[in-house]
Design a protein around this ligand. Structure first.
Ligand SMILES: [Zn+2]
Length: 443
């Protein structure tokens, strides 16, 4: 291709991005999940530095807010497209079979590394901005003191502050060990809780206005744990009921449950019809409704906030919680779940991104896109692709050691770090070294 032709392609594609951003423009507005009303009392703010890494930020936001039921089809589609495009490139460039295989492997590993970036690099997500007469509370979050969490309690604290929460509950699985690892200043915003499994196999959130020992609540049935928690001024909330669908709403109410999660960022797969009936049930029976992050350190973004029109969550004597009517603020767009969407998943992801952004974001995205094309057109990308594997191998090795260091303090409870996170990171480091050698030999 001649240089003039390259510049024409470049300019047309840049124009296409700006054009699609203008015609699809329909930004997400914060909505109250309970009334389905848009709300002007709340504004969503993104970090100022977002534009400096626009495409990476966009990809991270896409990955971290994707509905759980979409994970598998989306992953298959992305994998298929990457293999297809690399294959087309290799055929066009008349690469040998070995060269092609190395490049297919390279493409997949780069995609896996991008996913790892989304999940492990603590980028600040959308932040809820509101007037001081409101408080935002997260009722459900974990740290490395839970068996399935991948981040420190300090990361948890920073996440909640950067997302705009005033208070949050730390609800580890089966223990309360992390609470005293927060500083006294941090604890002014944190309440102690636990996600306790009951003998029937489901779990409940116990939320306490004062310190307690989770061990006192282990091995109880649901009909034993609720009255016992109430004796100690705790609230008992049913988290992600739709994960188990055990016990009817009415049965749980009969047992004394104080409220339900109606949205959970870890389990965004609650069908709208059942959610509506749960909301209706809670309203009729005066039960607390919450949207929780269920933060596990896997990705650092939320799109839901439980907000109250009050300034404190404790009664005047500080003995019990008092919650008024909540608003559940959701920052999400309805996305299609059709086969057509998943066949063209990378394009669908682009569509949902571009319709939501403002002009500055769109220009930043275009600039990044143009820079990438220039690197490819003028042969600089080749040089970069030669060195990326070694750099990524070093980055993954350092990350693995970081996670090893944060695991030491929680070696008795945590099994995600030693059996999934750390081996996976070391494996990525090793795979990149292999690619580094192979790619160099097959240039
Ligand atoms: Zn949880």
């Amino acid at each position: 291709m001649s240089n003039a032709a390259k510049i024409k392609v470049l300019l047309s594609l840049c124009f296409l991005i700006i054009f699609t951003s203008a015609i699809f423009h329909s930004p997400i507005e914060p909505t109250d999940l309970l009334t389905q009303m848009k709300t002007r009392d709340f504004v969503i703010e993104f970090p100022k530095w977002k534009n400096f890494i626009e495409p990476f930020y966009a990809f991270t936001f896409y990955v971290l807010t994707l509905e759980r039921a979409f994970y598998a089809p989306a992953l298959i589609s992305w994998t298929g497209w990457i293999l297809f495009l690399v294959l087309i490139y290799c055929i066009a460039k008349k690469k040998t079979i070995i060269q092609t295989l190395v490049r297919l492997f390279y493409g997949l590993l780069l995609f896996a590394s991008l996913l790892a970036w989304s999940v492990f690099v603590p980028l600040d997500g959308p932040k809820l901005i509101k007037s001081p007469r409101y408080i935002a509370v997260d009722f459900h979050s974990h740290s490395r003191y839970s068996h399935d969490n991948a981040a420190t309690e300090l990361s948890n604290y920073k996440f909640h502050i950067s997302a705009g929460y005033d208070y949050f509950f730390i609800t580890e699985h089966q223990n309360t060990n992390s609470y005293f690892h927060f500083s006294p200043t941090q604890r002014k915003r944190i309440f102690e809780g636990v996600q306790m499994q009951v003998v029937e196999g489901v779990s409940v959130l116990l939320l306490s206005p004062k310190e307690f020992d989770a061990a006192d609540y282990s091995n109880l049935s649901i009909t034993e744990i609720i009255p016992k928690a109430h004796e100690n001024n705790m609230l008992v909330i049913m988290p992600h009921w739709w994960k188990w669908r055990k016990f009817s709403f009415a049965d749980l109410k009969e047992m004394g449950i104080d409220g339900f999660e109606i949205y959970n960022c870890g389990y965004r797969n609650f069908d709208e019809k059942t959610r509506e009936s749960l909301i209706e049930f809670c309203k009729e029976n005066n039960l607390l409704m919450t949207a929780s992050t269920d933060w596990h350190g896997w990705g650092y973004m939320t799109d839901a906030w439980t907000v109250f029109n009050q300034t404190s969550i404790l009664s005047a004597d500080g003995e019990t919680f008092v919650f008024g009517e909540p608003q559940i603020i959701i920052y999400r767009q309805k996305q299609s779940g059709t086969l057509a969407r998943f066949i063209f998943e990378p394009l669908s992801a682009y569509y949902y991104y571009i319709k939501n952004v403002n002009m500055v974001d769109a220009f930043s995205f275009t600039a990044w896109f143009a820079a990438g094309l220039i690197l490819i057109f003028f042969g600089i990308a080749k040089f970069i692709f030669k060195h990326i594997p070694l750099i990524l191998s070093i980055v993954f090795t350092i990350s693995a050691f970081y996670y090893l260091a944060i695991f030491v303090a929680v070696s008795d409870v945590n099994n995600t770090l030693p059996f999934i996170v750390i081996p996976a990171l070391f494996a990525m480091a090793a795979l990149w070294i292999i690619i580094w050698r192979l790619y160099d030999k097959t240039l």
